[in-house]
Write a protein that binds this ligand. Structure first.
Ligand code: F6R
Length: 242
């Protein structure tokens, strides 16, 4: 079932989403949380850090498993998702290093890395909660619009739209990796709960697909309507075309 919540501001949206994550962590013995990168969840992570500092949440028993990573970027590259997670969350909280998983974008054998990542997620029993953003083209993780979509962790070619959107973080568009490694639909859908955050007018058009009655792999996020427990948190700009 999909629940859509609209907020006056990015800050209110982030606070609400962080509350949901906090409750899952606090009510689960060994919580597994699925994490996303990108600008959308930065506010949510800031709220979680604040909660941690106020002793409202403890990450010592948490295992995190990230959605995706660029292929070809080492962990210490400032635009890698490893680096992002460290900067915006991990280094501020008491999560154990050995309980943090982000796909390895520079593995010698990327096919094997995909298989290992799926096995790890299965062994963990999938996420208790998965945090998601959404691309303006509807992608989730790096699962881009396509006729066929992959159920497993996979190596995918980024679309020109995604390369362009992500070039804002790189010195030039030529530096943006052309491929990503991403959880597939199964890894995302098996999460017990999903919280998706989206803000700004650039997401308004794609967010319409949360409110209509169709699903299409041309807008991967539209499939999320089939999940049994998803909360979509939008600021009023992202919700402006609903
Ligand atoms: C990142 C990810 C992507 C982003 C999406 C939106 O881990 O999974 O699907 O959520 O590209 O990015 P932002 O939040 O930067 O607009």
């Amino acid at each position: 079932m999909i629940t859509i919540k609209v907020f006056e501001s990015y800050d209110e949206m982030s606070a609400y989403a962080a509350e949901i994550v906090k409750e899952v962590i606090n009510s689960t013995e060994k919580p597994v949380i699925g994490l996303a990168t990108g600008t959308s969840p930065i506010g949510l992570y800031e709220k979680l850090i604040e909660m941690y500092k106020n002793n409202q949440v403890d990450f010592s028993q948490v295992t995190s498993i990230n959605l995706d990573e660029y292929v070809g970027l080492p962990d210490d590259h400032p635009q890698s998702y490893h680096y992002f997670m460290n900067e915006y969350l991990f280094k501020h909280i008491n999560i154990k290093k050995e309980n943090v998983f982000v796909p390895n974008g520079i593995a010698d054998d990327m096919e094997q890395e995909c298989k290992d990542y799926d096995r790890r997620l299965r062994d963990l029993g999938y996420a208790d909660i998965q945090i998601l953003g959404i691309g303006a083209n509807g992608h989730i993780g790096f699962n881009e619009p396509n006729v066929n979509m992959n159920t497993n962790t996979n190596i995918c070619n980024l679309t020109p739209e995604t390369i362009k959107a992500n070039s804002r973080f790189f010195d030039s568009i030529d530096e943006v990796p052309k491929q990503g490694i991403t959880l597939g639909l199964e890894g995302i859908f098996k999460a017990k709960k999903i919280v998706l955050v989206a803000n700004g007018f650039s997401k308004a058009e794609v967010c319409k697909s949360f409110a209509d009655e169709y699903v299409t792999t041309q807008v991967p996020a539209s499939l999320l309507k089939l999940h049994k427990d998803i909360v979509v948190c939008l600021d009023k700009e992202a919700a402006s075309l609903l």
